[in-house]
Every structure is written in C-alpha cells, then in structure tokens.
Design a protein around this ligand. Sequence first.
Ligand SMILES: CC(C)(COP(=O)(O)OP(=O)(O)OC[C@H]1O[C@@H](n2cnc3c(N)ncnc32)[C@H](O)[C@@H]1OP(=O)(O)O)[C@@H](O)C(=O)NCCC(=O)NCCS
Length: 112
Amino acid sequence: MNESSGIRSVQRVDARHRYEILVDGRRAGLAAHRDRGAQRVFFHTEVDDSFAGQGLGAELVQAALADVRESGKRIVPVCPYVAKFLKRHEEFADLTDPVTPDVLSWLEEELR
Ligand SMILES: CC(C)(COP(=O)(O)OP(=O)(O)OC[C@H]1O[C@@H](n2cnc3c(N)ncnc32)[C@H](O)[C@@H]1OP(=O)(O)O)[C@@H](O)C(=O)NCCC(=O)NCCS
C-alpha cells in the first residue's frame, strides 16, 4: 500500500509553535511559525523524505492557513513554500501581510 493512501490529519501544536500533518498517526511533516501580535509568521515547512511529493505539504499548509483564518489572525509567509502556495491560492490574499525587514529582524530575535 502506498503511504499516501493513509489517513491524514493536521493538528495545531501550540506548545511547539507549529502545525503537524499525521499519516496514520505518524508525524509526516510540520509548518513552524511564531506569533507577532495578530500575525502568524510562517518560517519553515518540511515534509519527511519518505512522504515527499505526495501533496502533503500543500495539504498541511491549506489546513494551517484555514486555521489562521478561523483564529482571526493574519499570515506572513517568510517560508518560500508557504509563499509559493499563496501565489496559487488567492483565497488567502485578504489575510496575507508582506514580509518586511521589521518582521525578518523580529523573527531572527525570536529564533535566537
Ligand atoms: C518543501 C516541502 C515541504 C514540500 O513538501 P511536499 O509534500 O513534497 O510538497 P507537495 O507535494 O505539496 O508540493 C511539491 C511542490 O513543492 C515545491 N517545493 C519543493 N521545495 C520547495 C521550496 N524549498 N520552496 C518552494 N517550493 C518548493 C515543489 O517544486 C513542488 O512544486 P509543484 O507543485 O510546482 O511541482 C518538502 O519538499 C521539504 O520538506 N523540503 C525541505 C525543506 C524545505 O526546503 N522547506 C521549504 C522552505 S522552509
């Protein structure tokens, strides 16, 4: 059985500042963020090599951004994968803030 046919779910793990995608209960990828006021700043997305290229990254980011909308927050796409996703999904344009030098220096401090 191909691993992509497993049961997928996305959960927000606040304690680790990230969303995780699980396949049959096993963590297959994550989208890491930090919150800057109402802005949820996404800075890194990864999918395990064994699950790559099956659309899991897109599914994870789709669910994460839908959760941002539900939470009344805004998206800042520092992660290039999230930025690319947003170019193809204009439904999130109203929620998206630009990546500014201020955000980048704030993020650097946060991750130090
Ligand atoms: C980027 C990543 C999360 C994609 O996960 P995935 O489940 O394979 O993604 P999907 O199957 O949903 O989508 C694959 C698409 O991601 C694109 N992609 C791969 N790496 C990318 C990157 N670094 N930046 C932007 N897009 C990327 C591929 O070109 C492909 O595009 P296509 O749809 O036009 O063919 C995964 O390849 C990964 O973990 N890479 C290593 C970490 C990384 O570079 N993260 C992104 C920057 S933080």
